[in-house]
Design a binder for this molecule. Structure first.
Ligand code: PEP
Ligand code: MN
Length: 358
C-alpha cells in the first residue's frame, strides 16, 4: 500500500469518527428527552427488556467484520453511558445534602440547640436500671450545666440472654427524672410500633446503629415532630448513612442529628474504629449537625477523653458518652462507662480544652 493510499484511508476513518460522534451527540440528546419522559411518569431508568430488544435489533441487522460479541460490547457501553446521562439529569438532589440546603440545620431540643456552632454534650447511662441510678447521673450532669441526658430503655443486645432494658418502665423513669431536674431525654426506640408511645416520654428519638437501615423505623420517625439522633450503622458507608437520614427527612422531619459511633474494621484494639473524618465529610455533604459517640466507638474508658477532644477539635456539634454511678455492676457496657468522679474530670478537661480551641 502506498503512503498516499494509507493517508486516504485514514482520512476516511477520521471522517467516519466524526460522523459517529455527531450521531452520538444526537443520540445523547434523545436519551435525555427519554429521561425527562421517564421522570414525568415515574418510570425506572434502567429497562433491561428494552435493552435486550435494542441489542437483538442490532445483531439481526449486522453482517460486518467485527464479532457479534464485540458489537454487543460496544453498544452495551453506549447504553451504559446513556443511563449515566439520564442519572445526572434525573437523580434528585438529596434533601439532606448541602446542595439542596446550604445553611446548617439547627436542631432544637426544648430550646437547647444543636448545630448552631456551640459544641454540646449528651451524657447518661448506657441503660436505665432504676430511678435512683438515673437520678444520680442526672444530678452530676446538672453540676456541669448539661441539659441533654441519654439512657437506654430498649437495649439492642448481641445476646438474647443479656439485659434487654426496662422498656416502658425505663421511659417513665427517664421522663420523671428529666422533669424533676429540667433535662431533655434522648433514648433509643427499636420498633416503629413504639414510636407513638415514645412521643409521650422522650425529647429525642435515637435510632441505633443496628437499626440504621430499618427502613420502616426510619419512615416512621420521619413522620413525627420530634428530633431524631441517627447513629451510623455498624458497617455502614457514609453514603448509606446519608441515605438513611434521607428516609427520615423525606417523611417531613428535618430535625436530625447524625452520630458517628465507630465502624467495624479488622482492628481489635478498640471495640469499633472511630471514623473521625466522617465528621467533616458529613458536615460538608449534609446540612445536619453531627455527633460523636466516644463510648461505643472506642469501647475503652481510657480513650473517652482523647477521642472526645478529637471530636471537638474536628468540629463535632455534640459529644456523647456514658456515665454510671457504679460501672462495675452496670447491666450493660460496664467496661467503658465512666463513674461519676471520672465524669467530672472528663467534663472539666473538655471544658478547658474547648476554651483553648477558640
Ligand atoms: C446506645 O447508644 O445505647 C447504643 C446501643 O449505641 P449503638 O447503637 O451506637 O451501638
Ligand atoms: Mn452502651
Amino acid at each position: 500500500m502506498s503512503e498516499n493510499q494509507l493517508a486516504k484511508l485514514r482520512e476516511q476513518v477520521d471522517q467516519i469518527n466524526l460522523q459517529i460522534l455527531e450521531l452520538l451527540n444526537e443520540r445523547g440528546k434523545i436519551v435525555q428527552a427519554i429521561g425527562e419522559e421517564k421522570k414525568k411518569h415515574g418510570t425506572n431508568r434502567f429497562d433491561p427488556v428494552r435493552e435486550r430488544e435494542s441489542l437483538d435489533l442490532l445483531l439481526k441487522n449486522y453482517d460486518g467484520p467485527y464479532t457479534e460479541a464485540t458489537i454487543k460490547h460496544l453498544f452495551k457501553q453506549i447504553f451504559k453511558a446513556s443511563l449515566e446521562l439520564q442519572k445526572i439529569d434525573y437523580e434528585k438532589t438529596l434533601l439532606v445534602s448541602r446542595k439542596a440546603h446550604p445553611e446548617n440545620t439547627v436542631v432544637n431540643i426544648n430550646g437547647e440547640t444543636v448545630g448552631d456552632g456551640v459544641q454540646r454534650f449528651v451524657m447518661g447511662p448506657c441503660a436505665v436500671e432504676s430511678y435512683e441510678q438515673v437520678r444520680e447521673v442526672a444530678l452530676a450532669l446538672k453540676e456541669h450545666g448539661l441539659t441533654l441526658m441519654r439512657g437506654g430503655a430498649y437495649k439492642p443486645r448481641t445476646s438474647p440472654y443479656d439485659f434487654q432494658g426496662l422498656g416502658v418502665e425505663g421511659l417513665k423513669i427517664l421522663r420523671q427524672v428529666a422533669d424533676e431536674l429540667e433535662l431533655s431525654v434522648i433514648t433509643e426506640i427499636v420498633t416503629p410500633q413504639d414510636v407513638e408511645l415514645a412521643l409521650d416520654y422522650v425529647d429525642v428519638i435515637q435510632v441505633g446503629a443496628r437499626n440504621m437501615q430499618n427502613f420502616e423505623l426510619l419512615k416512621t420517625v420521619g413522620t413525627v415532630k420530634k428530633p431524631v439522633l441517627l447513629k451510623r450503622g455498624l458497617s455502614a458507608t457514609i453514603s448509606e448513612f446519608i441515605n438513611a437520614a434521607e428516609y427520615i427527612m423525606a417523611g417531613g422531619n428535618d430535625q436530625i442529628i447524625l452520630c458517628e459511633r465507630g465502624i467495624r474494621t479488622y482492628e481489635r484494639a478498640t471495640r469499633n474504629t472511630l471514623d473521625i473524618s466522617a465528621v467533616p465529610i458529613l458536615k460538608k455533604e449534609t446540612h445536619l449537625p453531627v455527633a460523636v459517640d466516644v463510648t461505643h466507638s472506642t469501647g475503652r474508658r481510657d480513650l473517652l477523653l482523647p477521642t472526645a477532644k478529637a471530636a471537638l477539635a474536628i468540629g463535632a456539634d455534640l459529644v456523647m458518652a456514658e456515665v454510671h454511678p457504679d460501672p462495675a455492676v452496670a447491666l450493660s457496657d460496664s467496661l467503658q462507662q465512666m463513674d461519676i468522679p471520672q465524669f467530672h474530670d472528663f467534663m472539666n478537661e473538655l471544658n478547658a480544652f474547648k476554651e483553648r480551641l477558640v
